[in-house]
Design a protein around this ligand. Structure first.
Ligand SMILES: Nc1nc2c(c(=O)[nH]1)N[C@H]1C(S)=C(S)[C@@H](COP(=O)(O)OP(=O)(O)OC[C@H]3O[C@@H](n4cnc5c(=O)[nH]c(N)nc54)[C@H](O)[C@@H]3O)O[C@H]1N2
Ligand SMILES: Nc1nc2c(c(=O)[nH]1)N[C@H]1C(S)=C(S)[C@@H](COP(=O)(O)OP(=O)(O)OC[C@H]3O[C@@H](n4cnc5c(=O)[nH]c(N)nc54)[C@H](O)[C@@H]3O)O[C@H]1N2
Ligand code: SF4
Ligand SMILES: [Mo]
Length: 678
């Protein structure tokens, strides 16, 4: 049988590896790495190798459905789209457009996200559009914007290989961004020093030069502690500080109080390790910082991001190759969904909805009066559903019934809605509660672009037809836009959509399908003859001077008590992805990490009389789940860790929806819990 090889972009993490999808007899049957791809350099992680598996799964949604009582019944596209449009119109007429919340999707392409936010803004008339970046790097977007003027990764993935020192914190890089992790290992082989700061031992920390295990939620203390040591040892970059930054004196005053002794009492990190790490980072010629959810998912997440930016600027490690502050963005297209304007305060290309001049530019482009009011964050929308302010939700490719904090609260909020429509590829926990369900085409079944964590815009190419009547999200968004608004949604292809986005978002100004066909292009790329940008902030920061922020350590929103004596932190494992809709439908991935578990330190387990694989019950102030204990030395005593992939013991039954006041990101990484034998 003839086999086709279609070059496309991985639908899992934000590393953005390209691979060939193997197609035989109209079905995706395998994945082959691409040697000429700069990002993956001919390797893939196990999720990438199995990215064909879910595409053909028999659970795929194949036809629209409309709720009749307790049942979702098969409907035609015409009926289902009409129902959504008429409910949106009714609710907007009765309660105003701001009673509707739209969720875009980091699993969808740039073109699709552009259209989804256009549906919200230009067809419904609200800025209430958001997506999972809120749960992920909202604090990065806010924090780096304040420090540097741009919320994106400052450098690029290949640059890790040539750094002299790499500081990794709150990132389980080898499991969550494996092909970035591999670059860090290559750098280490070439002699680079690797420092890992994480409450757990990760595959990377086990081979690091220095590994420090801090208490979850204490990161400001050790970061300030390192800055203090660097200044006392005169290892700071005075020239860079004077020429390119403001606010250094205030920062120096604040960090003075973070002596190694005090840092030890706040974090548990031994004094000697902190001093060695500070000197190692500051003495390197080119030092990179990589971080992810261990930093961002806190009720002080924005401050934590700013603290890392302080550390980089104090040592002059911004604006050169193999330096910088590098947030590792999570989903395959979370960078692009943000770029495309799926955010309540920003139009495509990070342009403020509250700026009159910008608004009039978009009003002109879209031929519509636009709302002056910034929209609602995803994490506030469920609260507002409970109070009756939000009446309807239109959800593209997200599964909040598993991924949002405190899902008991989400469930109560959804039950209050008058109407909820969900567009997905599988019957998720959220789909089951919807009033209308539309079946989407997945990445293998449509054309478009994803933007990787290092701002590289990459092609997604159609390899097979969607199952049954499923349609690509861009067509669904156009259909809804036409029903709600009439004009402005007549696009014949994703290519035309990207052309419109490039015309309104200057950072994408020079990006088109012809260029993407040949190679990736990294934004900012303002014009067709611009080569794209690898390193940001080379001459000056986007806001002129970099801004130091004097940040004090604050405790997490929920602290341990006699009743809840353990710190619960949550996250991921190598084999599963998020709410498991795709990876748990891949036999090979499922085989490797089949069911839910909690990691608990050997000492804690002994004290509680728990043996490995015993069934245990975990309770927080919000709920209880039962799952298997995994007894290990690789986690700090007093801390337990649960991956949030498993619906049968959903970690988010337990988590706290305390939010960062600036970014509205939830504190997934710390809550108080109790563990007992089940
Ligand atoms: N296999 C796999 N890969 C994925 C994903 C997936 O679901 N599965 N999801 C993708 C997405 S969307 C994202 S956002 C990324 C996330 O990627 P990561 O952020 O790397 O993954 P997490 O497991 O959430 O958390 C990272 C680390 O933070 C540590 N941590 C916990 N509490 C703290 C703390 O208080 N401070 C610090 N400094 N560290 C702490 C945890 O021990 C963990 O090792 O992964 C992407 N890649
Ligand atoms: N406890 C805890 N909770 C967390 C986190 C944590 O660390 N701890 N991390 C948070 C983070 S960083 C993130 S990013 C979120 C992720 O939260 P979500 O985005 O809600 O999680 P996913 O499972 O990735 O959901 C994506 C959905 O899109 C569907 N899908 C896939 N492809 C397509 C497509 O082409 N079109 C459409 N329409 N649908 C598609 C999938 O089937 C799936 O249902 O979870 C957050 N939740
Ligand atoms: S590292 Fe990320 S993008 Fe690359 S193959 Fe693995 S999941 Fe896909
Ligand atoms: Mo994420």
């Amino acid at each position: 049988m003839p086999v086709d090889y279609i070059l496309t972009t991985c639908p899992y993490c934000g590393t953005g590896c390209n691979f060939f999808l193997q197609v035989a007899d109209g079905r995706a049957v395998g994945v082959v790495p691409c040697k000429t791809d700069e990002t993956s350099a001919g390797s893939l992680c196990i999720k990438g190798y199995n990215a064909h598996a879910f595409v053909n799964h028999s659970d795929r949604l194949t036809h629209p459905m409309i709720r009749e009582g307790d049942q979702l019944s098969k409907a035609t596209w015409e009926e289902a789209l009409q129902r959504i449009a008429s409910e949106m119109k009714r609710i907007s007429d009765e309660h105003g457009p701001d009673a509707i919340m739209v969720l875009a999707s980091a699993k969808c392409t740039n073109e699709e996200n552009y259209l989804i936010q256009k549906v919200a803004r230009a067809a419904i008339g609200t800025n209430n559009v958001d997506h999972c970046a809120r749960l992920c790097h909202a604090s990065t977007v806010a924090g780096l914007l304040q420090s540097f003027g741009s919320g994106a990764m400052t450098n690029t993935i290949p640059e890790f290989e040539n750094a002299d020192c790499i500081l990794v914190t709150g990132s389980n890089t080898l499991e969550a961004h494996p092909l970035i992790g591999t670059r860090i290992l290559k750098a280490r082989d070439k002699g680079a020093k690797v420092i890992v700061v994480d409450p757990r031992d990760t595959p990377l920390s086990r081979v690091a030069t220095i590994s420090m295990r801090q208490e979850s939620g204490s990161d400001v203390a050790w970061i300030n502690g390192m800055i203090n040591i660097i200044i006392s040892e005169k290892l700071h970059d005075e020239e860079f500080i004077a020429a390119r930054t403001t606010g250094f004196d205030e920062l120096r005053e604040i960090v003075k109080n973070y002596t190694p002794e005090r840092v030890k009492s706040l974090t548990g990190i031994p004094e000697d390790d902190l001093v060695s790490a500070a000197k190692m980072y500051a003495s390197a010629d080119k030092a990179m910082i990589a971080y992810a959810m261990g930093i961002t998912q806190h009720s002080n997440g924005t401050n934590l991001v700013r603290a890392l930016a302080n550390l980089a600027m104090v040592t002059g490690n911004v604006g050169r190759e193999s330096t910088g502050v590098n947030p590792l963005r999570g989903q395959c297209n979370v960078q692009g969904a943000c770029d495309a304007g799926a955010l309540p305060n920003l139009y495509p290309g990070y342009q403020s909805v509250e700026d009159a001049e910008t608004r009039s530019k978009f009003e002109h482009a879209w031929n519509r009066k636009l709302s002056e009011k910034k929209g609602m964050a995803l994490t506030n929308a469920f609260d507002k559903a409970l109070t009756g302010e939000v009446k309807a939700m239109l959800i593209f490719g997200e599964n909040p019934m598993m991924s949002d904090p405190d899902i008991g609260h989400v469930e109560r909020a959804i039950s209050k809605l008058e109407f909820m429509a969900v567009i997905d590829i599988f019957p998720t926990e959220t789909v089951k509660l919807a009033d209308v369900v539309l079946p989407a085409a997945c990445y293998a079944e449509k054309n478009g672009t994803f933007t990787a964590t290092d701002r590289a815009v990459r092609a997604v190419r159609k390899a097979v037809d969607p199952p049954g009547d499923a349609r690509p999200d861009w067509q669904i968004a156009c259909d809804l836009g036409r029903l709600l608004a009439g004009d402005g949604f007549d696009f014949a292809s994703p290519e035309q959509v990207l052309a419109e986005m490039a015309a309104v978002a200057p950072i994408y100004g020079g990006i088109d399908y012809e260029r993407i066909e040949e190679e990736m292009v990294r934004w900012p790329c303002p014009s067709k003859d611009h080569p794209g940008t690898k390193v940001l902030h080379t001459e000056s920061f986007k806001i002129g001077k970099g801004v130091f922020a004097p940040i004090e350590h604050t405790p997490p929103a929920e602290e341990t008590s006699d009743e809840y004596p353990l710190i619960l932190t949550t996250g991921r494992n190598l084999f599963q992805f998020h709410t498991g809709t795709m990876t748990r439908r891949s036999a090979k991935l499922q085989r490797e990490a089949a069911g839910p578990y909690v990691e608990i330190n050997t000492e804690d387990a002994r004290r509680l009389g728990i043996i490995d694989d015993a069934s245990v019950r975990i309770t927080s102030r919000r709920g209880t789940i039962t799952l298997a204990a995994r007894v290990t030395q690789w986690i700090r005593p007093g801390t337990i860790f649960i991956p949030f992939h498993y619906a049968e013991a959903a970690a988010n039954r337990l988590t706290n929806n305390a939010l960062d006041p600036t970014a509205q990101i939830p504190e997934y990484k710390v809550c108080a819990a109790r563990l007992e034998k089940a």
